[in-house]
Design a protein around this ligand. Structure first.
Ligand SMILES: *Cc1c(COP(=O)(O)O)cnc(C)c1O
Length: 230
C-alpha cells in the first residue's frame, strides 16, 4: 500500500494536471482533506505533510480531534449536515461551513450568530442531482432560496457546495458540476449583499478531476488520501 506521503503527492499531482488541462491555475484549487473516521495520529501526519485544510462531517468528532491537535494545527471545514443543537459549537470550531442545506438551518445559524455578534462564512449546499438521500436546497428553488438566505445579516455566503451521486464513471456526473457552476454565475449576477460566489466546493475522490474541469475551487478528498473507510 502506498504511504500517506505518496498518496498526498499523487492527489496533488492529479489536481495540478486536471487544472492545467482545463487551462486553470492549480493554486486556485484548495484541497480539503476529509478526515471522518481518520484517527488523530494520521491527521497529524497529514498536516506535517503540508495538508492545511481539513474537513469533518460531524461536529462532535471534530471537536475531539481539534482538542487533540490544537485549534491552530489546521483550518477546519464542516462538510456534513449540521443539527440545530450543534450550531454554537460549530461556530466556534469551523472556519467555513459548507453545509447550509435549508432556509431553516440558515435562519437558525443567523439567530445564534447574531447573539454572538459574529459573521459566519458559509456555503449553500445544493442538491443538484435531486437524489432523495442527499441534503441541500433543491436546484429548482435555489435562486429564490439564496435570495432569502442572503437577507440574514450574519451570514457571509462565499459560494456553493454539492455532492454528486456516487458513480464509477465520473464523466456521468459532469453535468451536475456544470449546473452548480452555472447556478453560481446566475447568483453572482444578482449582486446580493454579503454574497460572493468565489467558492465552488465540489469533487470527491471518485470525481474531483471532472469537478476541477468544471470549475471547482475546493475539492473534498477522503479515501484517495487515507484509504477506504472501514
Ligand atoms: C466523505 C465525504 C467526502 C470525501 O469522500 P471520498 O469519496 O472519501 O473522497 C467529501 N464530501 C463529503 C460531504 C463527505 O461526506
Amino acid at each position: 500500500m502506498p504511504s500517506l506521503s505518496e498518496r498526498v503527492e499523487a492527489v496533488r499531482k492529479r489536481i495540478e494536471r486536471a487544472a492545467e488541462s482545463a487551462g486553470r491555475t492549480p493554486q486556485d484549487i484548495t484541497l480539503v482533506a476529509v478526515t471522518k473516521n481518520v484517527p488523530v495520529d494520521r491527521i497529524r501526519e497529514a498536516i506535517e505533510l503540508g495538508i492545511s485544510q481539513v474537513g469533518e462531517n460531524r461536529v462532535q468528532e471534530a471537536e475531539q480531534k481539534i482538542a487533540a491537535l490544537g485549534p491552530c494545527a489546521a483550518t477546519w471545514h464542516l462538510i456534513g449536515s449540521l443539527q440545530t443543537n450543534k450550531i454554537n459549537k460549530a461556530l466556534r470550531l469551523f472556519s467555513l461551513i459548507h453545509s447550509i442545506d435549508s432556509k431553516r438551518l440558515a435562519a437558525a445559524v443567523q439567530c445564534r450568530a447574531e447573539r454572538e455578534g459574529i459573521v459566519v462564512p458559509c456555503l449553500i449546499q445544493v442538491n443538484v442531482s435531486g437524489e432523495e438521500t442527499k441534503h441541500g436546497i433543491t436546484f429548482e428553488s435555489a435562486v429564490s432560496d439564496i435570495r432569502e438566505i442572503a437577507e440574514h445579516s450574519c451570514l457571509e455566503i462565499r459560494g456553493l457546495m454539492t455532492i454528486a451521486p456516487y458513480t464509477s464513471d465520473p464523466e456521468s456526473v459532469r453535468p451536475i458540476f456544470r449546473k452548480l457552476r452555472e447556478l453560481a454565475d446566475r447568483v453572482s449576477e444578482l449582486g446580493l449583499p454579503r454574497v460572493s460566489m468565489d467558492v465552488l466546493s465540489m469533487g470527491m475522490s471518485g470525481d474531483f478531476e471532472v469537478a476541477i474541469e468544471e470549475g471547482a475551487t475546493m475539492v473534498r478528498i477522503g479515501s484517495a488520501l487515507f484509504g477506504q473507510r472501514g
